[in-house]
Design a protein around this ligand. Structure first.
Ligand code: BGC
Length: 812
């Protein structure tokens, strides 16, 4: 529909109806208005997959690699294909808008949602984010650029006030959102936090630069529960308050308009934007509705597998990789994460994947039958017990793998019962008169030993094993954060000795109470074998094998929405495990399974080090491709990895008196390392492939199409024996600038595929914008006169080629 037609529709609605549309109908739906042909629109979280409206493990969703992995692709084509996959998942799940991508930045390695953000560099985040958006929207599904803006850490995330200067905002934190608008994004999500004294749902930044200067014509949806007052947010350019049906707008907003504190035109503009969105996603008039589409059978898994290999970063390789399958007699696959990998981070982005290929499965499946694969889990990780799952328990009523979920009345009468596949139930069904939710299961201990059980939730809860009460009490709500209340309520634990071979009946109950969600989580950890012995067995397995693959990583809860990290050390004795295995077998490949940086104190001891990030459901398939040389590890670091947390320049994520000062200004990520004169373990942009490269020459000229863009022509030669893909990176520097500058900053990149011995010229476009700085006094972009240094190479710390070029004005 045209804007005029949409405006006409707005004009037919009275104030009450219009305001009614501006708050959600449910947690995930907007309201319908039959009078104008508007249907409900369904929103669902991304970015790792599209869960749909329910948290139900029986309705799985394809699970992509984490955003930090997508940031490692440096490949807009592949990012776009993954965006399309999200769109088709959305269509399959009857979803109109995917709440992704997350465009906040890796400001500090401690950021709890680091895994959910793309990069530390604004340009890399901007290009990858824009590619995802174009992919999602190509199928008529809305993408959402979130969380606008400066939601880069989690501590006090609902209330924290980020203090950041205007130039830094423009050049760093707003830049990926500006690119999202240029890519045509249909939704922007305003963040919980404030910036420079105003909470984002009431911030002037929604009007300028978002809607005015950048011309964003879509709708601004709030983060869930982020609209907390009436007039200020409605008078600002906030359009839609989610979730519903209650909220601070409704009748109070009608009153605010009637008494003149919010102009009715502001309401009309919001409704216009909502109708524009509905029109775009097929929820208005006789439009197409949601077409039912799914990714062609089997190919989705191939795409995900390709994405795993393409995002895996090879940090180090002492001639160990790729492995030659034909020459391998035995492989030791070591570590807990080899059979129980972390596939995704915690929080609202979580989905239930259909099938999962673990690293152990992936490796086993790809080696010839005569190759012996030994698995040694190594010592316990020391994490919290995991939610019950069908591999570890059965329904006490039916004996099927899984748990029994029951909803009881106040008198203990069963109102509802069903078989479920997880001990983590976030939305147990609400029958009328529901009073108590119960999850029960039988666990069968293999041997005698001490088990630890846990129950998570709020209110009156109990946990009993074989009738023995282990936990009982009233647990008060301790957080305002919806992600904590609904997804990850605190757990209480207790241990009990169980006899081997005798099934134990676990029963957890939680009474329902207002404002505490209804999540119930039942966890269990079996007795741990002797730790020294587990370590010794792993070392022995490594010693006996031709090659050892050790998979290490972070544990449940350590990387999650709702809180920041406190340490970058791998949990448990994993560092000791890697060192011991590497000492036993020089052909040790370490696979690091984390969403964000961890310390790798043993990195020089290992034969090879790979980062798999949170790789999603095809983890093991993509990993096996990389290990066996079927695919090159394609990833390049989207963020700098320090040797130790203490070296990292920006570790400050705890607000003081509610304020978090971005004191480092423009110097985010590698820029901060460069400014501090510190050398990280691995620079932003670093990543090896399976061939070697020489950088031969650099030429810089103005772009042929005129304008102020520059083009760097970088000649690179594949000096190895395999064909390969190289990500050619170009950085800018301006040592004698009159304004403060980063030491250097990424200005452009491109990838080339080259046969061994061949040379190609990579053409890297440097947009004129990369030369500009934001002049806060003039409130405008400016380009300094004079010359610029251009640096080309493989990472922010490895730039063998340099050139000097005159600025656009002198070139004319
Ligand atoms: C998160 C958002 C998410 C929303 C809905 C919030 O707590 O910050 O990223 O889209 O919940 O689940």
């Amino acid at each position: 529909m045209t804007r005029d037609e949409l405006l006409k529709l707005v004009g037919t609605l009275d104030l009450v109806r219009k305001v009614g549309l501006l708050t959600g109908a449910t947690v995930w739906r907007t309201r319908a208005e039959p009078a104008v042909g508007l249907r409900e629109m369904v929103f669902s979280d991304g970015p790792a997959g599209v869960r749909g409206e329910e948290w139900d493990e029986r309705r799985p969703s394809l699970l992509l690699p984490s955003a930090s992995a997508l940031g490692s692709l440096w490949d807009e084509q592949l990012a776009g294909e993954l965006g399309e996959l999200l769109a088709l998942e959305a269509l399959r799940k009857k979803v109109h808008a995917v709440l992704a991508p997350t465009l906040n930045l890796h400001r500090s390695p401690l950021g709890g949602r680091h895994f959910e953000c793309l990069a530390e560099d604004p340009e890399l985040a901007a290009r990858t984010g824009a590619a995802l958006i174009r992919g999602i929207q190509a199928h008529g599904v809305a993408a959402t650029a979130k969380h606008y803006v400066a939601n880069d850490s989690e501590t006090e995330r609902l209330t924290l006030d980020v203090r950041v200067d205007e130039r830094t905002l423009r050049e760093v934190y707003l830049a990926p959102f500006e690119a999202a608008v240029r890519a045509g994004v249909w939704l922007v999500m305003s963040a919980y936090n404030g910036v420079n004294g105003t909470t984002m749902t009431a911030s002037d930044l929604l009007a300028e630069p978002l809607k005015g200067e950048w011309g964003f014509d879509g709708a601004v949806v709030s983060d869930w529960g982020a609209v907390r007052q009436t007039a200020q947010s409605a008078a600002a350019a906030q359009d839609l308050a989610m979730p519903g049906p209650d909220g601070p707008w409704g009748a109070a907003l009608v009153a605010a308009v009637l008494c003149g504190s919010v102009p009715e035109e502001a309401i009309d503009d919001k409704v216009l934007r909502l109708l524009t969105l509905a029109d775009r996603v097929g929820a208005l008039g006789g439009g197409r509705g949601i077409p039912s589409r799914a990714w062609p059978g089997g190919t989705a898994r191939c795409l995900l597998r390709r994405a795993v290999a393409a995002s895996t970063v090879l940090l180090r390789n002492e001639d160990v990789l790729p492995l030659d399958a034909a020459a391998l007699h035995s492989v030791a696959v070591i570590g807990r994460h080899a059979s129980a990998p972390r596939l995704q981070g915690g929080g609202s982005a979580g989905v239930f994947p259909p099938d999962v290929v673990t690293p152990l499965d992936g490796i086993r499946a790809r080696l010839p039958g005569r190759t012996r694969v030994l698995h040694a889990p190594g010592p316990d990780l020391g994490g919290l017990p995991l939610p019950l799952d069908p591999a570890r328990c059965e329904n006490p009523l039916t004996g099927e793998p899984g748990v029994l979920l029951r909803v009881l009345s106040a008198s203990g009468h069963e109102l509802y019962a069903e078989h479920r596949l997880s001990g983590r139930q976030l939305e147990p069904p609400l029958a009328p008169e529901a009073h108590t939710v119960e999850i029960s299961a039988l666990v069968r201990p293999a041997g005698d030993g001490k088990w630890t059980f846990g129950v998570g939730g709020y209110g009156r809860m109990s946990l009993a094993v074989d009738g023995q009460l282990l936990v009982e009490g009233e647990f008060a709500r301790d957080s305002e954060d919806p992600a904590v209340i609904h997804l990850d309520p605190p757990r209480r634990h207790a241990s009990v000795w169980l006899a081997g071979g005798q099934p134990a009946h676990v029963v957890a109950r939680r009474e329902l109470a207002p404002d505490t969600g209804r999540a119930v989580v039942v966890t269990a950890a079996e007795p741990e074998p002797d730790q020294e012995q587990a370590l010794a067995e792993a070392v022995e397995a490594a010693r006996q094998a031709d090659v050892a693959v050790v998979v290490v990583g972070t544990t449940e809860g350590s990387e999650s929405e709702g809180h920041d990290r406190t340490s970058l050390t791998l949990p448990g004795r994993q560092d000791e495990l890697v060192s011991a295995v590497a000492a036993a077998n020089p052909r040790t490949v370490v696979v690091v399974n984390s969403g964000g940086p961890v310390e790798l104190p043993w990195r020089e001891e290992a034969g090879a080090v790979l980062l798999s990030w949170f790789p999603g459901q095809e983890a093991g398939a993509g990993l096996a491709d990389v290990l066996l040389g079927q695919a090159e590890p394609g990833g390049r670091l989207p963020t700098t990895w320090g040797a130790a947390l203490a070296d990292a320049p920006v570790t400050h994520t705890r607000p003081q008196d509610g304020r978090l000062v971005y004191a480092e200004g423009l110097h985010i990520g590698y820029r901060a390392w460069l400014r501090a004169g510190r050398v990280p373990a691995y620079w932003f942009g670093h990543g090896l492939g399976y061939t070697t490269w020489s950088y031969e020459s650099l030429r810089v000229a103005g772009a042929h199409d005129g304008g102020e863009d520059l083009v760097a022509e970088v000649r690179v030669r594949n000096t190895g024996v395999r064909s390969g893909r190289e990500v050619v990176q170009v950085y800018l520097a301006r040592p004698d600038s009159a304004v403060e500058r980063p030491v250097r900053w990424l200005a452009g990149f491109t990838a080339v595929r080259v046969q061994p011995g061949q040379t190609v010229t990579a053409t890297v476009r440097i947009p004129a914008r990369m030369l500009r700085h934001w002049d806060t006094d003039a409130r405008a972009w400016r380009t300094e006169e004079g010359s610029w240094r251009i640096l080309a190479g493989r990472s922010a710390g490895d730039l063998p080629l340099t050139a000097t070029v005159r600025g656009p004005r002198e070139r004319r």
